[in-house]
Each structure stands twice: as structure tokens, then as C-alpha cells.
Ligand binder design. Sequence first.
Ligand code: 4AD
Length: 430
Amino acid sequence: MIDKVYCAGVKPEMEGKRVKLAGWVYRKREVGKKVFIVLRDSSGIIQTVFDEELGGEAYALAKKVGIESSVIIEGTIKADPRAPNGVEVQADRIEVIQNVDAFPITKDASEEFLLDVRHLHLRSPKVAAIMKVKGTMMQAAREWLLQDGWYEVFPPILVTGAVEGGATLFKLNYFDRTAYLSQSAQLYLEAAIFGLEKVWSLTPSFRAEKSRTRRHLTEFWHLELEAAWMDLRDIMKVEEELVSYMVQRTLELRKNEIELYRKDLTTLKNTVPPFPRISYDEAIDILQSKGVNIEWGDDMGADEERILTEEFESPFFVYGYPKHIKAFYMKEDPSDPRKVLAADMLAPEGYGEVIGGSQREDDYNKLVQRILDEGMKPEDYQWYLDLRKYGSVPHSGFGLGLERLVAWVLKLDHVRWATLFPRTPSRLYP
Ligand code: 4AD
């Protein structure tokens, strides 16, 4: 490890101090007998200046170095209001670790090209900012989960059955059997609550969704919580407290990164409990009043959700969905058997669903019936049904799509920008 200072650690008040910096050439220009190199590292950027009169050899090397070359630069700090952040480094030494003649990414690169060279695009400070925000959001989630007494568990990814419908399962050959990539850890988390009561996991989840929308990936990071003794109302409270903490904490720690992407922070600041709640019935009324061709019993897609979000200035819940459009494990509403005790959380500004959650069916016979109604085989869910035989309890849980939350917080136009290497039907490389 070299003894270096991060670019963002160089401050005007350090004028006169000597520093060693290590990073990549971000921008370069020559003005008269000076070469200006803006150096980039994980912390940010700093301007360095090579003056022909000061250091002949360093100046000659700096003149030749290409964009994205890896370099170590040494020099003296000088406050200068014209430089980015009001400070620059008068450089007298440069060591070129690797010179780059021509970096493939240029200013006019198309989005498709940027995805083709995602391994190179990741170094852009704007892309790095997204990754910092995503990491901080999970850091915040962990902080909240720890102080609220939730146990982290580590469920399997290789599974034998569907949670969210057979149509989106990725199938694979598991020796002489068929296995699938997990769509959700939920069923395993449900097993874990009998020993740990309040559990959570962060796993990759997989959906063989052919639909090319701005909110679907084939692989996404799924934050899931499951708790014994909680009903739908309780779990919705957990959801709003967790999401609010994630957003407020990230605003506190990553304001600069967020402001690279959004000017207006109103909806983020508004993300404090209690979030507005509307029933599915009310949602249908709102949509119909806005001229949308939708009837009670229809599922809401991205377009309908986008129209609904126009009514809200913060995340909000839609609860009480019709049973036939929701998953088999959701508990029937005792006051209306056409409905289930389910709620989705929708993000405002057009984004829509970020969380799917529900109270779970805890009655053995009802659950078997739901499995049969869905055309599935109860014998495929034997272990899961066991959970309703040995000390079944009321319980609830939810899943949050991390990329969807990040996409909303940063107002990205597609969830793929919120992943390191997006996986979509057409993209498996790099
Ligand atoms: O609504 P979903 O399908 O619910 C479940 O998987 C439950 N078993 C979770 C649970 O209760 N433990 O997915 C939950 C969330 C969605 O709200 C969405 O944010 C995200 O996961 N998600 C996706 N994100 C990106 N690409 C996809 N293809 C996604 N599918 C779901």
C-alpha cells in the first residue's frame, strides 16, 4: 500500500504541504507552458499542474500521458479559487504506472456502448456515485435492523420450487435433478422465524422475465424481512420505518452523490412515517377517475402505478389486493375472502412498486387449497406446509428490490444503472 492522500482529502487550508496522490488521469489540457492533469480516485478529483519551468522531466512525462493512465503524482498544495474545490497541486514528480494511448469511452458514447464496456464505465465518478449510494443504503438498512433486533440469515439460492410463479423460474441441471435459481428467500425465511422470530436476508433473486421494462432485471438484490407474531399492519410499520431510515441516513451521508442526480430533494425529505395508505379499491377509483381503462380485479402494471404516483409526494402503500392476482402464500382477508392481506409500497415520481409484502396464510388447510387452486402440487411444498403443522403462528414479511429503491432515490431512468453488471434478457456480458 502506498502512502498517499486521497484526492478529496486535499484542502485549500493545506497550502504549502507536500502530498503524494495515486489515481487515474481524468482530464488533461495544455495551456502555454503548463500541463493540467485532473486526477481521479475513489474519493473524487483534484487538479494537478505541471509547469515546464519547475520540473523538466515531470513536465515531459505529463505531456505524454493519456486519459485513464494510472499514475502517482507528487507536489505541493496551492489554494487557487479557479481550480475545482479551490485547490490544486503544483506537481514536480509523476510516475506513470501504465500509460493509456486511447481509452475506448469518449464523451459521445451511446448508452448501449456504455453497457457493452460496463467494466470500463464503472470508473466514471457518476457511476461510482450510484454504487456508493447503494452501499450506503444497505449500510443504513443494517444499522436499522440491528438496533431493531432482527437476525441476519443466509438462505440458499439453489432451490426446488417457485415462490413467485413458475413462469419466471430459471431452470438448471442439478446432477440428475432439476433445480432453480431462487426468486425470493421468503419460504426459507418463514422457516427461520420459528427459531429467530425476526429475520432478514440480502440475496440475489432471479426472474426469467422477458419483459423489457425500466424496472425489471433478471438478477436483482433482494432485501427480505420476515417476522413471527406480526400482522399486515405491523409489517407495514416496519417497512415504512426501515425505508425512511435508509433514505434519511443516505441523505445525510451521501448528499453530494445524490445531488449529482437529483436537484429536488422534496420527496426524499418527505420519506418519514407514516406513509400514506390507500386501498386497492381506492386505487382503482383514482385510476378510473383519471380515464384509465381498469376494473376491480385487474392487476396494476407499471403504467397504472405511474399514474397513481402522481397523487403522492412520498412513498405510499396500496393494500387489500384481490386474491387472484397475488401469490398463493398470502393470507385471505377474514372480512372479505375475495382479497388478501397484502400491501405493496410504491415510490413516487413515476417509479411505482419497490416493496411487495403480506401477512402469510398460517392455516394448513387453506394453504393446501391455495396451492391446488394455483395448479401446483402440495407434495412439492411439503416442508413448507410442515411449518403450518408444528406451532404455526401469525406472521408477515416483505421483499424490497434494492435497485428499484436506488433508481428512485437517484431518479435513474432504468434499474440497470443501479447494478454493477446488469443482467437483462439481452445482457449477460460483461
Ligand atoms: O413482489 P415480489 O415478487 O415479492 C416477492 O418476491 C416476495 N416473496 C417477497 C417477500 O415477501 N419476501 O418482489 C419483491 C420486490 C418487488 O417489490 C421489487 O422491488 C423487486 O422485489 N423485484 C424486482 N426488482 C428488479 N427486477 C425484477 N425482475 C424484480 N422482481 C421483483
